[in-house]
Design a protein around this ligand. Structure first.
Ligand code: GTP
Ligand code: MG
Length: 431
């Protein structure tokens, strides 16, 4: 597998899909639009799409013979139109190794990819941390191994899939035994990382965290930036974020609140990938509240919500309290559309991540969530207990500080957990 060099010609993409009876025209269109965006994110210029109504997608060569002939002819014409550029056929469903080979033989493209592989390749390129890279490499090897024999070895193989900057070897570079060994090694590495994280997690005493979750490209990282003043990566591509990041809410409150940004979801997200990201997500989802971010300007937003809820349930986060954040409202041109959404989702928070006022309001809502579970109390410190004062200021909102003959008096607002740990310190210090 070699890099897709800058000077190499951009591959030309042809999307193909099966329209099963339960798939209406609108959903098919949305799914293909999204496949097109995945292809674009990967660096393929999509020039055509073909779909066929079939009772099921399990056909031998994915599509029927007549359709395949039509596609083969279209590809021949594309070769004349785009000389020297590799032509890739991309299926909207995961193909079996056998289907992929059949399709390849019949349509005579330079390469065949499917939705799963495209997602895996994008993840592979965007993975930065040791954990994300190991997870993606593992799933990618599992996907590639049974398909190794099926790929025609030669110039066309690997022409489109670039090594990219995500490290790790591909199945095509490894023998079968080596693949098994490498997969075992990756599993051990991931177990090790996950144990390390357990230790770090148990050190964190109290979790005051909200997690931004949602469909890819909804604007989670943009909201994260505005809410925390951090410079996490934002981009108009799918799966810009792969690693969970945690930052402090800004302007800060006492005690601090953490905001975490997570990987985005997409329909037909490969099951193995969801499973492998579960551990990364679990840490991020140890949140008190999920902010389910929705791109309200996307006509398919309701389908995106359903997909996100399904993935959240799959990773065991279905029970965490959740608020909807309908984002990108500045992109909704028709005010009536926005009004209808507000009426249909009365509990949602409507934002434009680009609007300071909206962000300030979201900030207030987040703070209020934690305020609700705090209680007011008066704490007394003796003169010799001055050291505990800093703990009080760290973990409580101090409403008033005064002094009497005995020592310091602090009227505070804090969570029961914080108050209990401060009382423990105070009692331990009593003569
Ligand atoms: N107009 C407008 N654009 C937005 C808004 N929020 C985000 N964007 C843009 O939408 C694109 C995607 O934003 P990201 O914040 O990277 O989205 P994400 O949810 O983190 O996406 P993934 O990391 O891929 O899951 C970027 O081009 C942002 O600039 C908004 O409220 N209004
Ligand atoms: Mg992101």
């Amino acid at each position: 597998m070699y890099d897709l060099k800058e000077e190499e010609a951009t591959p030309v993409g042809v999307l193909v899909a099966v329209q099963t009876p339960e798939l209406d025209n609108q959903t098919l269109k949305e799914s293909l639009d999204e496949l097109g965006r995945l292809a674009k994110t990967f660096g393929i210029e999509v020039v055509a799409r073909h779909s066929q109504r079939l009772p099921s997608g399990g056909k031998k060569a994915y599509l029927g013979p007549g359709k395949l002939e039509e596609i083969a002819e279209a590809i021949e014409a594309l070769r004349i139109e785009h000389p020297g550029r590799p032509i890739v056929v991309i299926a909207d469903d995961e193909l079996s190794p056998w289907q992929s080979r059949k399709l390849s033989d019949l349509v005579k493209a330079d390469d065949i990819m499917d939705r799963t592989e495209l997602i895996l390749e994008i993840f592979h390129r965007h993975a930065h941390t040791r954990e994300a890279r190991a997870q993606v490499e593992l799933v990618r090897l599992a996907y590639q191994a049974p398909r190794m024999r099926e790929r025609r070895v030669g110039a066309d193989v690997g022409r489109v899939r670039g090594g990219g900057k995500g490290a790790g070897e591909s199945a095509l570079e490894l023998g079968r035994r080596q693949i098994r060994d490498r997969m075992a090694e990756l599993r051990r590495e991931l177990e090790h990382i996950s144990r390390e994280r357990e230790v770090q997690r148990s050190r964190r005493s109290e979790v005051r965290c909200v997690a931004l979750v949602g469909y890819t490209n909804a604007g989670k990282s943009t909201l994260m930036r505005s809410l925390t003043g951090s410079d996490v990566y934002v981009a108009d591509k799918l799966f810009a974020t792969l690693d969970a990041t945690v930052r402090s809410l800004s302007p800060p409150v006492t005690p601090g609140i953490l905001v975490s940004d997570t990987v985005g979801f997409i329909r037909k997200l490969p099951h193995d990938l969801v499973a492998s990201f579960k551990s990364t997500l679990e840490a991020a989802l140890e949140a008190r509240l999920l902010l389910h971010t929705v791109d309200a300007s996307d006509p398919a937003f309701e389908a995106h919500i359903e997909t996100t809820l399904a993935v959240l349930a799959e990773i065991g986060a279905g029970e965490i309290p959740m608020r909807y954040v309908f984002n990108k409202i500045d992109r909704i041109e028709d005010p009536e559309v926005l009004e209808r959404q507000r009426a249909a989702w009365p509990e949602a928070i409507f934002t434009s991540a680009l609007d300071e006022g909206d962000i300030a309001r979201l900030h207030e809502i987040i703070v209020a969530v934690f305020q609700g579970e705090r209680q007011e109390e008066t704490l007394r410190l003796k003169h010799h207990q001055g050291a505990i004062r800093s703990m009080i200021f760290e973990q409580c909102e101090v409403l008033e500080e005064s002094h009497d003959a005995e020592g310091g008096v602090y009227r505070v607002r804090a969570t029961p957990v914080a108050l209990a740990s401060i009382h423990k310190r105070i009692d331990a210090g009593r003569p």
